[in-house]
Design a protein around this ligand. Structure first.
Ligand code: SF4
Length: 321
């Protein structure tokens, strides 16, 4: 069950959603886009707003007008996102037609598709339009997906582990391309990833997720300078360093199923600082730094160490590990 997820993305902002595989990152985004099958999915409470409109109150037609036009998504595996039996042009055309407010001729649709492929630095776009996805390399397919996602000049792009299925050098190129394109278009982005290295290089602000809940949120420099939640600290200590220092121990134990999480703090079964209260009560969100609406300043953490009573570290923002 997803719980305690309170995310805000400002215009033009690059936000990261980071956490281990299986912590509910993709489900969170599918819920936000209203694409999660209901049932079995179920929303018990909460709100999802896009430009002041409540997405949960919209009918299918209204939401599909936003999805694919103002909000688009890139998936981890470009092969799964593209249909192998249609050419690139046959898959581009409906996207461009859906995004356009006016009727477009076939020639105009084609010209926009070629421009989009040029934007993602793909050579010979005319020839590419005639190709089937299976005739392209993994990196080219991911670029085609990015071109389709950004051809509509969306206001929000959700990128779910883009390029993770590719070689690391190609993944780095893909992330750089996405970064540069969203900067040019002033598109906001939510980058879903399990990699702290990727968020550090790419986003302005980070939400750390554990077992279906957000446990910490901070601007990227603050999070890396002073990670507060024991889970975030454990994640950072688990990153292998090229400079040596031995193999990290990682975080002991396994991430629980977020559909059946432990009571109280969901991290209490693995936390090195666990206290009596942690298995009994759900910790609230503590603001350690910054004011409402202050994009560069707010640092929040969901942990009893910061309630001023259970952890001496709470008032200073310092935690010893
Ligand atoms: Fe650890 Fe308790 Fe904080 Fe949870 S609330 S992270 S168990 S100290």
């Amino acid at each position: 069950m997803l719980d305690g997820i309170n995310m805000v993305v400002y215009p033009g902002e690059k936000v990261g959603l980071v956490g281990e595989t299986g912590c509910g990152k993709t489900t969170t985004m599918k819920t936000a886009l209203n694409v999660l099958p209901m049932p079995p999915g179920q929303i018990e409470s909460g709100q999802i707003h896009f430009k002041g409109q409540d997405l949960l109150a919209m009918n299918g037609r209204e939401i599909s007008r936003i999805r694919g036009r103002e909000v688009t998504m890139i998936f981890q595996d470009p092969m799964a996102a593209l249909n192998p039996v249609f050419t690139v042009e046959e898959q581009f055309s409906p996207v461009i037609k859906h995004a356009a407010n006016a009727r477009l001729s076939k020639k105009e649709v084609r010209a926009r598709a070629i421009a989009a492929l040029e934007e993602v630095a793909l050579a010979d776009p005319e020839r590419l339009l005639k190709a089937y996805p299976t005739q392209l390399s993994g990196g080219m397919r991911q670029r085609v997906c990015i071109g389709m996602a950004l051809a509509t000049t969306p206001q929000l792009l959700i990128a779910d582990e883009p390029g993770t299925a590719l070689d690391v050098t190609i993944q780095a190129q893909v992330l750089r391309l996405i970064h540069d394109l969203v900067e040019d278009l002033n598109t906001s982005i939510i980058l879903i990833t399990h990699s702290l290295g990727v968020v550090r290089e790419t986003v302005d602000r980070v939400y750390v997720m554990y077992a279906g809940s957000v446990v910490e949120m901070a601007p990227t420099p603050k999070l890396f300078a002073n990670p507060l939640h024991p889970y975030t600290q454990g994640l950072m200590e688990s990153v292998p360093r090229l400079s040596g220092g031995g193999v990290s121990q990682g975080i002991p134990g396994r991430i629980p199923d977020y559909m059946d999480p432990p009571a109280g703090c969901r991290f209490h079964t693995r936390c090195p600082h666990v206290m009596d209260i942690c298995s009994r009560q759900k910790p609230p969100v503590f603001r350690i730094d910054g004011e409402d609406g202050e994009v560069d300043g707010v640092h929040e953490v969901t942990c009893f160490l910061y309630d001023g009573e259970h952890g001496a570290a709470a008032t200073t923002g310092e935690v010893t590990t």
